[in-house]
Write a protein that binds this ligand. Structure first.
Ligand code: RIB
Ligand code: CA
Length: 308
């Protein structure tokens, strides 16, 4: 069993990742923290709590940062994820409240309760993880490792020629996370854009998990339309699910190891540079996915009927 703490900006592919984490019996989702990016942070918190209620899972959700560390906030990616994060779909307001602690405190205390056991999986901008490092530097020792969905190392970005969205939304936070002395794995566009699902892949979930399947299919329809409109692709990228699968089964990814040097401003803001001459600790960079096996694992558990 792999315990994971998910830092997320839900978000349609975040929702796919959350459902997957809830459905795979090899994973223990110990809690979630929320951040801006695809949506404003309060919407992300609401979405995370609403997804827990829909799935019948009572885990803590702690709200995180509302703005980046240094730069002004970019607007949410509503053209990708809809105004509130589920495309044109919606969920009832959750009845449960968020954990009262700020995300960085929740992260530190959750890791400290099980030192060396829990993997942080960060699938949004890295602001909460950077704040946790600043306020609670011991997390470099209490976390097992950190898996980040973000970056574009040997491939173009998706918000600019150079930058991937999560890193671009807070490059200064990324610089802090990539400079710390802990084990970071980068699951960037180099691999996530090569793992794709079609509408037909999600349809069987309607039968096996009617409630979660209905939300997944309705939300994914918006996400597919974005990929059709912008890339002529009747499929979507499995960005955030790939990071979760990497946390549990890293052997499905070929990697290289090098320090990551950040570009934090200017035309290349958000660029993640593979820099063998860099002075920071090496990062494990995913460069080649076993896309068929990753997709098969993802769909197997989403369709297993574990979710309502
Ligand atoms: O670039 C892909 C990432 O940006 C994913 O985490 C997605 O949810 C968006 O936030
Ligand atoms: Ca995300």
């Amino acid at each position: 069993m792999t315990p994971i703490l998910l830092d997320t900006d839900p978000g349609i592919d975040d929702t796919m990742a959350i459902f997957y984490a809830m459905a795979d019996p090899a994973l223990e989702l110990v809690g979630m923290t929320t951040v801006f990016g695809n949506v404003y942070t309060p919407d992300g918190t609401r979405n995370a709590l609403a997804l827990c209620e829909l799935a019948g899972l009572d885990i803590p959700v702690a709200e995180g940062a509302h703005v980046p560390l240094v730069q002004p906030q970019h607007p949410p990616a509503d053209f990708v994820h809809g105004k509130h994060g589920f495309g044109n779909a919606a969920l009832p307001d959750p009845t449960r409240k968020a954990d009262p602690r700020p995300a960085h405190q929740f992260i530190a205390e959750t890791l400290a309760a099980r030192p060396g056991e829990i993997t942080i999986v960060a699938v949004g901008p890295l602001t909460n993880i950077a704040l946790a490092l600043q306020h609670h530097p011991e997390i470099t020792k209490t976390a097992k490792k950190v898996v980040v969905m973000g970056g574009a190392v040997r491939t173009p970005g998706n918000v600019s020629a150079h930058a991937e969205a999560n890193i671009w939304n807070d490059p200064h936070a990324a610089e802090i996370v990539f400079s710390a002395d802990w084990h970071v794995t980068l699951v960037g566009l180099d691999v996530t854009e090569r793992i794709q699902c079609t509408p037909e892949d999600f349809a069987p979930m309607l039968r096996t998990s009617p409630e979660c399947g209905a939300l997944m299919n309705d939300a994914a329809a918006f996400y597919f339309q974005f990929h059709i409109d912008t890339k002529g692709l009747n499929a979507c990228f499995l960005h955030d699910p790939a990071a979760i699968i990497c946390a549990q089964q890293p052997e499905l990814f070929e990697t290289v190891t090098a320090p990551i040097t950040m570009r934090v401003d200017g035309e290349q803001a958000g660029r993640t540079v593979e820099d063998s001459a860099g002075k920071t600790p090496p990062v494990t960079i995913c460069v080649e996915p076993d896309a068929a096996a990753i997709k098969a694992r993802f769909l197997k558990h989403l369709r297993s009927g574990v979710l309502p």
